[in-house]
Design a protein around this ligand. Structure first.
Ligand code: SAH
Ligand code: F3S
Length: 460
């Protein structure tokens, strides 16, 4: 049976590793990079227990969807997908279907009704128990959604996809409780991984051939383990031999210290790119969201960052139509976007999430149509800004860490290669290059999302 692939941004199978003969497991990942990293943990835990990881859903004995609960749309997609996968049972009556991750945690009570054919529902703190649960059989769905304040999967070495960038989770959970956000409820309390363990992981990653690491956390710069803070950790990780680029996502604006700015400016491998979620340009809305900063405080932080890192690429997250958002609030968001001029932005319509403060206390009073119009407006605004910013790259030579052949060849059918610049922008060029190679590319033209040019160092 041929299953249609979902959008590549939302569909990331983990790599196949030949394992001991055993039941075959297919894992499909939705949502943020933390979920991608969690799927790598799950693959490792299962492979160590004798399961075999496969990239083909059709060949699997066990199919696990690692899910996202941040917006309703994400949950609906998973329900649709799991119903479709259930169709495989016609040929594989013993197929086990499981839902892992944030949506499993969020909908643990209602999932058995909404998707009665699901065999297993497991939250993000329970993955060590996965081999044990998969070995049990039950007529009812097996459920494990305990949140565990201490679980940070120390000692598990994730089974990473091949590529140039390795994700390293340094802090799990979130304690901020922004009023719109489900994450603290489904991922539990904040906990940091010990620094020596992180450094060991990064050494291992470098030995595997990766040149780039991205440190991950919902509030990654809130990291603290014993007396090591995030600034110290950036310096320690950057010293690991073989690691050429260090990135991190997502920092929380309030917890951004001068020490981190200094580390970013002083430490060579730390890339000049930063995803700094702002959410809104209105002080009233930021207060209603309980983000903990005003527009002016955010602006001051951006000024400090840009003074210390002149070639910094800045990206953000913005929500339109959050409870009580007026036209005037929305215009302030547009004004802030024009003032800050982000390189790019992830933009979302507010989606009410059961259990959050906003769901309990704030009416979701902006009509869907208005949310949608506002979203379209800022998407167009950002497209224009991104296009202008990228145009400034024309004529420059940038260092590109090559990821591999581009999925889309040139108009004449010739292959092209792609990779990312230190600012995190995608660059495409026609000259041959090997995955994981650092090459110099001279930029000839740009769009709002991509830089195009020619490799100008000694191409083979
Ligand atoms: N700190 C996290 C945020 C996770 S959620 C991080 O690592 O990025 C990612 C983004 O989704 C948020 O920044 C916010 O812009 C958006 N988001 C979260 N809850 C939302 C909701 N209920 N409706 C719409 N967008 C939401
Ligand atoms: Fe969500 Fe705010 Fe934490 S957006 S992940 S509650 S910082």
């Amino acid at each position: 049976m041929n299953l249609p692939l979902l959008e590549t941004t939302e569909y990331q199978p983990v790599a196949t590793r030949p394992g001991p003969a055993g039941r075959r497991v297919y894992i499909e990942t939705y949502g943020c990079q933390m979920n991608v990293a969690d799927s790598e943990l799950v693959a490792s835990i299962l492979a160590d227990a004798g399961f075999q990881i496969t990239e083909q859903a059709e060949q699997a004995d066990i199919i696990l969807l690692n899910t996202c609960a941040v917006r309703e749309h994400a949950e609906e997609r998973v329900i649709g997908r799991v119903s479709q996968l259930n169709g495989l049972r016609a040929h594989r009556p013993n197929l086990t279907l499981g839902i892992l991750g944030c949506m499993a945690q969020h909908l643990s009570k209602t999932l058995p009704d909404r998707a009665p054919f699901v065999d297993l529902v497991m939250g993000p703190d329970s993955y060590r128990r996965l081999p044990q649960l998969l070995s049990q059989s039950s007529d009812d769905a097996l459920l494990d959604v305990r949140l565990d304040r201490s679980e940070n999967y120390s000692g598990v070495h994730p089974q990473r996809t091949t590529g140039t960038n390795a994700w390293v989770t340094i802090i799990r959970g979130c304690d901020k409780f922004c009023t719109f956000c489900i994450v603290p409820f489904v991922r539990g309390r904040e906990r940091s991984v010990a620094a020596d363990q992180i450094v060991r992981q990064v050494q291992h990653i470098a030995a595997e051939g990766f040149k780039e690491v991205t440190l991950l956390g919902q509030t990654v710069n809130s990291y603290r383990a014993d007396d090591v803070d995030f600034a110290d950790l950036l310096r320690q990780v950057s010293q690991v031999e073989g690691i050429e680029r260090v990135r991190f996502t997502s920092p929380y604006p309030v917890d951004f210290t001068d020490r981190v700015i200094d580390a970013m400016a002083e430490v060579g491998p730390v890339c000049p790119s930063l995803h700094l979620p702002v959410q809104s340009g209105s002080d009233e809305q930021l207060a209603r969201m309980r983000r903990g900063y005003t527009v002016d405080q955010y602006r001051q932080l951006v000024h400090k960052l840009r003074a210390a890192l002149p070639d910094l690429a800045l990206t953000t997250d913005i929500i339109t139509g959050f409870c009580g958002e007026t036209d005037a609030d929305f215009r302030q968001t547009c004004d802030l976007m024009e003032e800050i001029r982000y390189d790019s932005a992830f933009m979302f319509k507010y989606s009410e999430r059961e259990g959050t403060y906003a769901h309990k206390k704030l009416p979701d009073d902006v009509p869907q149509a208005v949310k949608g119009e506002r979203l379209q407006h800022i998407i167009a605004l950002q497209e224009g800004i991104s296009r202008q910013i990228n145009q400034q790259q024309v004529g420059r030579t940038v260092e590109v860490l090559v990821e591999g052949p581009s999925k889309r060849p040139a108009a004449d059918g010739q292959p092209r290669y792609y990779g990312r610049t230190p600012q995190g922008k995608t660059a495409i060029f026609p000259q041959l290059a090997a995955s994981n190679e650092l090459v110099a590319v001279h930029i000839a033209r740009t769009t709002s999302h991509t830089l195009f040019g020619d490799r100008i160092d000694d191409a083979a």
